[in-house]
Design a protein around this ligand. Structure first.
Ligand SMILES: [Zn+2]
Length: 486
C-alpha cells in the first residue's frame, strides 16, 4: 500500500487588513518533503500520525510539503496557487497511491478562491483517481463546503475547543482511511446544515457532554465518524456556518438522520452555549470579586486573538489595567516587533521610554507611551500547545508599576503559561492575567486559575454576527434571518 500525505493551512478572516502571501507561510511554518518535525502542528498532525504507523502497517509513506500561515486576511492568488501546485506536483510524482491524507484547516480564502480546500481536494481527486481513498483532517472552525465533502471520502474535524485533540483526530482519520482502503468499511457522508452560526466551547457545558456523547457513538451501530464544523464567522463566503457531518458504513440515510438530530440539538441551545462576555471595566470588577491569593483570575481578550486572524496588538486592556495601578496584573502576548527590538537592544534591567501596541489597525486602540522597565527577553519565545510547539519569535517582558506586559515579534496566541513564565513573570503573584486567546488558553491556564472570564474589549474581530457585512452567505442564515429549523 502507498500513502501520500501533505498539509496546507491557514484560517482567513476576510475582514482583516493583514494580507498573506507565500512568504507568510514560509516564515510561519514551511517544511518541504521529509523535513516535518517529529511533533505535529495544529493542521499537520496527519503527517505525524501516518509516519508513526507506517512500519507496523507496512505501507510506503510519501511525504509532501507541510505549511501553515498564522491566521490573517486574504491569501494572495500566487501564494495559494504556488503552494497548491507544489503539493499536487508531489502527489503526481508519487502516483499511484492508495490513500491521500491531507491536513487542512477548512477556512482558507484566497483571491479568486472562496473555498481553497474544496479546490485542492477536487484537484487531488482528479490526479489520484476514483479508487484512491482521500482523507482530510479539518479544524472545526471550517466552512464545510459541498465540494470538500464530495471530493473526499473521509473528513474528520477536531472535536475539542480548545483544540486539544488534533493528533487524536488525525489518528482516527488514518485508521478509517486504512480500513476503507482494505475494503473493511464503505464510508458514506451526510451533512446537516444548521443554516446559521451555532459554535460552542467544549471546556464548558453543554458542549462538554455533547462531545463526550458523540465520541461514544462512533464505532457503534454503523456510525464511523461524527464531526461538528462550527464554522468561522469572520469570513464573507457562501459556505460560512455550522454543519454536522456524519459518516456511516454504507448507509447514507442513517448518517443523514443522525446528522439532523445532532444539528437540531445544537441549535436548541441558542445563546446558552456561549459564556458571558464582559466589557473591560466590568470584567476587571468581576475578576476582583473572584480573586484568590496565589491564583490569578484569567481574563481572555477573545476578540483580539491572533488565532482569529486579527493583529493581537490591541491596547484597550492595557489602558484599562493602567487605570488600576494598585492591581498586580499581567497581559500578553501583544504583537509588536518594533518595541521588542528596542527592549532587547536596551537589555534586561533598562528603563526606557517606549511606544508599544495599538499600531496595526484603527480597531487596535491607541499606542501606549510610557517609561517601562525591561524585565525579561527571549531570542525565541517557544511555548507548548498540546503536542506541538509554537514560536512567538523574539520577545520581551516590560513592567509599568504593578503591570507586566509581554510583547512578541510573531503573531501567535497565548496558548500556555510559558508566554509569561519563560520571561520571568510569576503568575501566582498576579491578581489578574489577561491572555490574547479565544479559548485555546483554557486547557493550560485553567489549572492555575482562580477563575476564567471572557472579555469583549471591542474588537477588532467581529464578534456579533448580526452586524457582519456578509454579501455571499446563503440565506436564510441566522442571526441575519430567523433560523428555518427552529
Ligand atoms: Zn479552530
Amino acid at each position: 500500500m502507498r500513502v501520500f500525505t501533505a498539509s496546507l493551512a491557514t484560517e482567513t478572516n476576510t475582514f482583516a487588513p493583514l494580507y498573506v502571501d507565500r512568504s507568510a507561510f514560509e516564515s510561519a511554518f514551511y517544511c518541504p518533503p521529509g523535513t516535518h518535525p517529529d511533533t505535529p502542528t495544529l493542521c499537520s498532525a496527519p503527517i505525524v500520525a501516518a509516519r508513526r504507523r507506517a512500519a507496523s502497517e507496512g505501507y510506503d509513506l510519501v511525504e509532501g510539503t507541510a505549511t501553515w500561515a498564522e491566521p490573517a486576511g486574504l491569501v494572495s492568488r500566487d501564494g495559494y496557487e504556488s503552494l497548491r501546485d507544489e503539493i499536487l506536483g508531489q502527489l503526481r510524482a508519487a502516483l499511484p497511491v492508495d490513500i491521500v491524507l491531507l491536513g487542512l484547516h477548512g477556512a482558507m480564502v484566497a483571491q479568486g478562491y472562496d473555498d481553497c480546500e474544496g479546490d485542492l481536494i477536487a484537484r487531488a481527486r482528479a490526479l489520484a483517481g476514483p479508487d484512491c481513498v482521500i482523507g482530510v483532517e479539518l479544524d472545526m472552525h471550517c466552512h464545510l463546503s459541498a465540494e470538500m465533502v464530495q471530493g473526499a471520502d473521509i473528513i474528520v474535524a477536531f472535536k475539542e475547543f480548545p483544540h486539544t485533540d488534533f493528533l487524536a483526530r488525525a489518528e482516527d482519520l488514518l485508521e478509517l482511511c486504512l480500513r476503507a482502503a482494505r475494503g473493511e468499511v464503505k464510508p458514506v457522508s451526510a451533512v446537516f446544515d444548521c443554516r446559521g452560526l451555532a459554535a460552542f466551547m467544549t471546556s464548558r457545558e453543554p458542549g462538554r457532554s455533547f462531545v463526550d456523547r458523540i465520541k461514544a457513538m462512533e464505532g457503534r451501530d454503523g456510525i464511523l465518524s461524527i464531526s461538528v464544523a462550527h464554522g468561522f464567522q469572520a469570513a464573507d463566503v457562501a459556505d460560512v456556518g455550522t454543519k454536522v457531518l456524519v459518516i456511516a458504513d454504507g448507509d447514507r440515510d442513517k448518517a443523514a438522520v443522525l446528522a439532523k438530530k445532532l444539528g437540531l440539538e445544537i441549535l436548541g441551545w441558542g445563546q446558552g452555549a456561549s459564556p458571558k462576555h464582559y466589557k473591560p471595566e466590568e470584567g476587571i470588577a468581576a475578576a476582583l470579586a473572584l480573586a484568590e491569593a496565589g491564583r490569578p483570575v484569567i481574563l481572555a481578550d477573545r476578540w483580539d486573538n491572533p488565532g482569529g486572524g486579527v493583529a493581537g496588538d490591541s491596547s484597550v486592556m492595557v489602558e484599562a489595567l493602567l487605570r488600576h495601578p494598585d492591581i498586580p496584573a499581567a497581559i500578553g502576548a501583544l504583537w509588536d516587533p518594533i518595541a521588542v527590538s528596542l527592549c532587547r537592544a536596551a537589555g534586561v534591567g533598562a528603563e526606557i521610554p517606549l511606544r508599544f501596541a495599538g499600531k496595526a489597525a484603527p480597531s487596535s486602540g491607541r499606542p501606549i507611551d510610557a517609561v517601562v522597565q525591561v524585565i525579561g527577553t527571549a531570542t525565541d519565545l517557544l511555548i507548548p500547545f498540546e503536542q506541538s510547539w509554537v514560536s512567538l519569535g523574539p520577545a520581551a517582558a516590560i513592567r509599568i508599576g504593578k503591570l507586566d506586559i509581554v510583547l512578541a515579534s510573531t503573531r501567535a496566541q497565548t496558548f500556555s503559561p510559558p508566554v509569561f513564565t519563560d520571561l520571568g513573570i510569576d503568575l501566582a503573584a498576579q491578581t489578574l492575567v489577561v491572555v490574547k486567546s479565544s479559548n485555546h488558553f483554557h486547557a493550560a491556564f485553567a489549572p492555575i486559575a482562580a477563575s476564567v472570564l471572557y472579555l469583549d474589549s471591542g474588537g477588532p474581530y467581529p464578534p456579533d454576527a448580526s452586524k457582519i457585512p456578509y454579501t455571499k452567505v446563503k440565506r436564510p442564515f441566522s442571526p441575519l434571518d430567523p433560523n428555518p429549523w427552529l
